[in-house]
Design a protein around this ligand. Structure first.
Ligand code: OFO
Length: 166
């Protein structure tokens, strides 16, 4: 059984991963509506990944004999300024998730819950990858730009990422 404090934080993490999934799904839908098929596919795949992150947490909590709570999540935004706005928001969101994970890891050490500490190492590594991935897209936006054919080229570049990470 997990200590109360740790269970509460793990359940909050479940909700955060669920929200991230919906946020990226909403962004994917916006991209589809704007004809940005590469970015739409990338974000859709990423939305599914976030669901996997959520399920991994649910399984862990339930395996310990505690109960994973599936809580309400707020509606994500559904309108965005442009593709730059989308990827600035995704990067910001990943940094926020990293901070949550780091707080959780700190707590497991303080509570001497080494099993949860060990479980969370996967998320620590994953967050490192995800921040780098989204930062890389922001860098591409800077280099390619959004004017003229830039937007089309950028969408193609983002589409290529679907075959590497996901
Ligand atoms: Fe994109 O992050 Fe989950 O954990």
């Amino acid at each position: 059984m997990l200590k109360e404090k740790i269970l509460k934080n793990l359940n909050e993490q479940i909700t955060a991963e669920h929200y991230a999934s919906n946020l990226y799904l909403s962004m994917s839908s916006w991209c589809t509506a704007k004809g940005l098929d590469g970015a739409a596919r990338f974000l859709n795949l990423h939305s599914r990944e976030e669901l996997e992150h959520m399920h991994r947490l649910i399984n862990y909590v339930n395996e310990t004999g505690s109960q994973a709570i599936i809580d309400a999540i707020p509606a994500p935004p559904n309108s965005f300024k442009d593709i730059r706005d989308i990827f600035e928001q995704t990067f910001k969101h990943e940094v926020h998730i990293t901070n949550m994970i780091n707080k959780l890891v700190e707590l497991t050490l303080a509570e001497k819950d080494f099993s949860s500490f060990n479980f969370l190492q996967w998320y620590v590594a994953e967050q490192h990858e995800e921040e780098a991935l989204f930062k890389g897209i922001l860098d591409k936006i800077e280099v390619i730009g959004l004017d003229g054919r830039g937007l089309y080229m950028l969408d193609q570049e983002i589409a290529k990422l679907c075959n590497t990470k996901q």
